[in-house]
Structures are given as structure tokens and as C-alpha cells.
Ligand binder design. Structure first.
Ligand SMILES: [Zn+2]
Ligand SMILES: [Zn+2]
Length: 324
């Protein structure tokens, strides 16, 4: 009997649940329960947050199964008619597939923070103010609508079969489960090669120096290569979540709040250029647009050499996606 890769994440569910059980037990032993008036301990499990994460995981799994029904025939068509390379079955082909997909994941993930259409789906993953292994389950059923599956089409052009593509996408996602924890410190030299919990804690933080950094899936090299790497600093503990807190553990609200906000912005924009920008510009474009409009009323002109009234030397991080 052949194993269908589409079931990989469900097949691994017992492993994931065992790890969550271990982490919850470990935290209960090593971190004292905070007093009721103490600040939130972002590592600890809370039932409303964990149940929301579990519901989001199930919704995402259902949407993903439907999405593969559309995506797999597209990959098959591209593989049959447009592929540039043919691989001998074996380890070399799988290694090439792993590297290519991980690079495409980096591109997808970075775009998900810089293009609002994609951010509307990805924000779900970032909208909890806790970070533990259950946060990995926090995914959006809207990824297929946002177009995540389109990012893997180049793999079919590179000569990989739809089955291989589905398998490697899910292996990448399965690996990332293990980086969502505060129970593991820095991992030394491994951090030069692989995405680690420390690296991914930075990615989930909304501190000004951490926001929109460390996009890695499995390999850490892409962030170092493309200038998006930031080291976790013991003196600047990550503050998890989005800048405008969701303040809800309702999975439907988590899934659709940014889509609704984007639709409202689209509707209120005065012309088509602005409407398209409300969908496809960086997530904070509308706020910059509004601020610029106000500034033009109260100030004579925007200073030369700036875009959206923001000094040019601002990094994308300082006005990053989680300003939404
Ligand atoms: Zn992200
Ligand atoms: Zn994450």
C-alpha cells in the first residue's frame, strides 16, 4: 500500500500532540504559574488560545485537502508540458527538490509579510500573543484563496512531480512545528544551517528590531543571504503577536478579520490605483496613505527623498506588516 503524502500532517498528529504534552508538562515544572495580576507568560498554554489553534489547524487541513484538488492538476499540466529538467529518481532529485522548495518557501513567506493580499491569510499565524508548540497549528484556511499553491508551480517546471511537490511542502511545514517553542534555547552551530526555535521566536515578535525578520522555513541560509536575519537578543525579549492585537480567541475572527479590514479599505479608496494598492501593497500602505493625506492638509509638503512620508532610511521592519 502506497502512502499518500497529503495525509502526512495528520499521520504525524500523534507526534505533535506528544510534543505539546511534553512542553506543557515541562513548562508547568520550570515556570511558576503567574499571579492573576502578573503579565501574561507567553510560553504557557491557555485553553482558549490552544483550542483556537486546534480549530484553526483543522479548518486549514480541510481547506488544504480541497486546494490540492485544484493545485495538483495544475502542477501535473505544467510538469507534462512545461518542465525544463527531467530527474533520475533518487536522493539527488529529492535533495534538489528540498533546496528549491525551501527557497520558494522563503520567497512566499517574505511576500506574505509585504503583500497585504497574502498577509490577510498569514496574519492568522501571528495573531496570538503566546508562542508554544500549539502556535504552529495556527494556520489560515484562506491560504488557497491567497494563492500559496501558486508559489510551488516553478517546482513542476523544474521537473518534479505533483506527488513530490505535495510531499516536500508538507515536510517543510512539519519541520516548522518544532521551532514554535520557548522551551529550547539557542542551538549553537545548528542555527547557521537550520531554522531554530530562537530564530523563529524573533520572527513571531513585534519588537521594532525583530518585526518582519527571519522568514526561514527549514534552512537558515536564506535569511543570512538576503539580509533578513536578526539574532535573538537576551536583553530584548520577544514580545509576541501583531501590533494591533486581535484580542479574540474566535477562530473565525482570527481567519477573516484582516480580509474584512482589507475589503473596507478597498471600498473606501477614491481611485483604482489606491484600491489595487489596498490589496497588493505592503500591509500598512493604507495607514501611510491616510497619514500622508492628513499631512498634506496640515503641512506644506512631504520632505524630499521620502516615500509615504517615511524617511528613506527606515527599514521595512520599522513599518512592517504587523503595524496593521
Ligand atoms: Zn510569518
Ligand atoms: Zn511560526
Amino acid at each position: 500500500m502506497q502512502f499518500d503524502a497529503q495525509w502526512l500532517l495528520l499521520a504525524l498528529a500523534p507526534v505533535f500532540l506528544a510534543c505539546i504534552g511534553w512542553e506543557a508538562w515541562h513548562l508547568s515544572r520550570t515556570r511558576p504559574r503567574p499571579a492573576s495580576n502578573a503579565p501574561l507568560d507567553s510560553a504557557r498554554y491557555a485553553w482558549p488560545d490552544t483550542l483556537c489553534n486546534a480549530a484553526l489547524a483543522l479548518m486549514h487541513q480541510g481547506a488544504d485537502k480541497l486546494a490540492w484538488l485544484v493545485a495538483v492538476p495544475v502542477y501535473a499540466y505544467v510538469y507534462r508540458h512545461c518542465r525544463l529538467v527531467s530527474w533520475q529518481p533518487g536522493l539527488v532529485a529529492w535533495f534538489a527538490l528540498f533546496i528549491a522548495q525551501d527557497l520558494l518557501y522563503y520567497v512566499f513567506h517574505r511576500a506574505s509579510h509585504r503583500v497585504r493580499w497574502l498577509w490577510a491569510a498569514h496574519v492568522v499565524h501571528h495573531s496570538s500573543e503566546r508562542l508554544n508548540l500549539s502556535t504552529a497549528f495556527r494556520q489560515s484556511l484562506m491560504y488557497p484563496v491567497a494563492g500559496m499553491w501558486l508559489f510551488w508551480i516553478p517546482l513542476a517546471m523544474l521537473g518534479f512531480t505533483p506527488e513530490q511537490i505535495v510531499a516536500i511542502v508538507l515536510v517543510n511545514l512539519a519541520f516548522q512545528f518544532f521551532v514554535h517553542t520557548q522551551a529550547v534555547g539557542k542551538l549553537g552551530w545548528l542555527g547557521y544551517v537550520f531554522n531554530t526555535p530562537s530564530m523563529h521566536r524573533v520572527h513571531h515578535a513585534r519588537n521594532a528590531r525583530y518585526i518582519d525578520r527571519n522568514y526561514a522555513g527549514v534552512l537558515a541560509v536564506w535569511d543570512r543571504l538576503f539580509g533578513s536575519y536578526v539574532e535573538e537578543d537576551a536583553h530584548d525579549a520577544p514580545d509576541y503577536g501583531i501590533v494591533k492585537p486581535l484580542a479574540s480567541c474566535n477562530p473565525l475572527r482570527a481567519t477573516f478579520h484582516e480580509w474584512l479590514a482589507m475589503a473596507r479599505d478597498f471600498a473606501r479608496m477614491p481611485d483604482w490605483r489606491s484600491r489595487l494598492a489596498a490589496l497588493f501593497a505592503p500591509p500598512d500602505w493604507c495607514e501611510r496613505h491616510d497619514a500622508l493625506g492628513l499631512a498634506s492638509v496640515t503641512a506644506p509638503a512631504t520632505p524630499a527623498g521620502t516615500r509615504y512620508g517615511v524617511p528613506e532610511n527606515n527599514t521595512e521592519g520599522e513599518f512592517g506588516s504587523r503595524n496593521r
